[in-house]
Ligand binder design. Structure first.
Ligand code: SN0
Length: 320
């Protein structure tokens, strides 16, 4: 595996889930694989789970690990090609990437969407430069349009908790004070479409996800109707993806607190589990009552972030 961006990069999904199960049961079985190998993780944006789970996974695999926060101590990096570098940006990604990659065997990159220019974000302009100029396997640790390590962890969690062969999984938009990327819902939709689940997306008008991720998923604009009989409720805020309203790309279109997942929403489900990638804004996305209930599985979901990224890194190490 040379890159981990999409569900297809994992190969056969059943086998991928089996591999994850093995990693979870035997976290230290592959220490020899990572010996004298270095994992570099580069952050252009904040992180808690990704930062720690990726380091933990690398350590479990016997790797050395280095972390760079680009905005704290590194030169400010220019990401646009062909510009006159007369601003505050001291170094171009064109040099920084091959240099960073000369120090490591696998590189992970977090680089959020700018939410200003849809084409720039959806071309994965920053991540693609790491793929093109680095020469090392690249893991998206949430890039402009995808968060595959999260979606893989989400699927692992659903597999662990499901009581039906084909559970009903509902992705519900929920309100948030800021404009957030579409990476988490995009990847979640892509992975659910590939998995053996009955998948429904519910969102206000204007929040339609890019069809390359939403695929043939059912879309239901009536949130309560969508939630009926759900086995898993996956809440997330995202900004306007600019599909049905191109001019509003990256904007907040709705702050309707009626979309907050509370006990009344959960009551129409089939005693569903509540999921969220975290960090979560309590009483915006989800009520205290729901996230503190015994049906909330946000903590085991976050714990599975080690498992998903370790499974990916192991596959990459095997193919070095
Ligand atoms: C990010 C997002 O893509 O939605 C990362 C999620 C894994 N979330 C945020 O930036 C939330 C920030 C906030 O202020 O709540």
């Amino acid at each position: 595996m040379r890159q981990f961006i999409s569900v297809e990069d994992l190969g056969d999904l059943r086998q991928g889930l089996q591999a994850a199960k093995y990693v979870k049961e035997h976290p230290f079985a592959d220490q020899a694989l990572g010996r004298n190998r270095t994992m570099l993780i580069v952050f252009f944006n904040n992180s808690l789970r990704t930062r720690l789970s990726t380091q933990k996974a690398a350590l479990n695999l016997g790797m050395n690990v280095m972390v760079l926060d680009v905005n704290q101590g590194a030169w400010k990096l220019e990401t646009e090609l062909g510009v006159v570098m007369d601003s505050d940006k001291s170094e171009h990604l064109r040099e920084a990437i091959p240099v960073m990659c000369s120090y490591c065997d696998i590189i992970g990159v977090r680089s959020f969407a700018g939410l200003a220019d849809r084409d720039y974000d959806y071309a994965e302009t920053v991540l693609q430069q790491f793929i093109d100029y680095g020469g090392k396997p690249v893991i998206s640790l949430e890039s402009a349009t995808v968060h595959p390590c999260q979606a893989f962890a989400d699927l692992i969690t659903i597999e662990e908790y499901k009581t039906r062969t084909r559970p009903k999984v509902v992705l519900s938009w929920a309100p948030h004070p800021r404009a957030l990327p579409q990476a988490v819902p995009n990847s979640f939709a892509q992975w659910m479409n590939a998995a053996d689940v009955d998948f429904v997306i519910t969102q206000p008008e204007g929040y339609e996800l890019d069809p390359r991720f939403a695929g043939n998923a059912q879309v239901e604009y009536d949130q309560m109707k969508a939630l009926e009989g759900a086995d898993f409720v996956y809440a997330k805020n995202w900004s306007c993806p600019g599909v049905t309203r191109p001019k509003d790309y990256g904007k907040v279109l709705c702050k309707d607190m009626g979309w907050t997942i509370d006990a009344a929403h959960m009551a129409v489900t089939d005693n569903a589990y509540f999921m969220h990638c975290l960090p979560v804004r309590r009483n915006m996305i989800v009520s205290d009552e729901v996230i503190d209930s015994e049906r909330s599985i946000v903590i085991p979901e976050a714990a599975n972030r080690v498992v998903s990224v370790q499974t990916v890194m192991k596959k990459m190490l095997e193919n070095l």
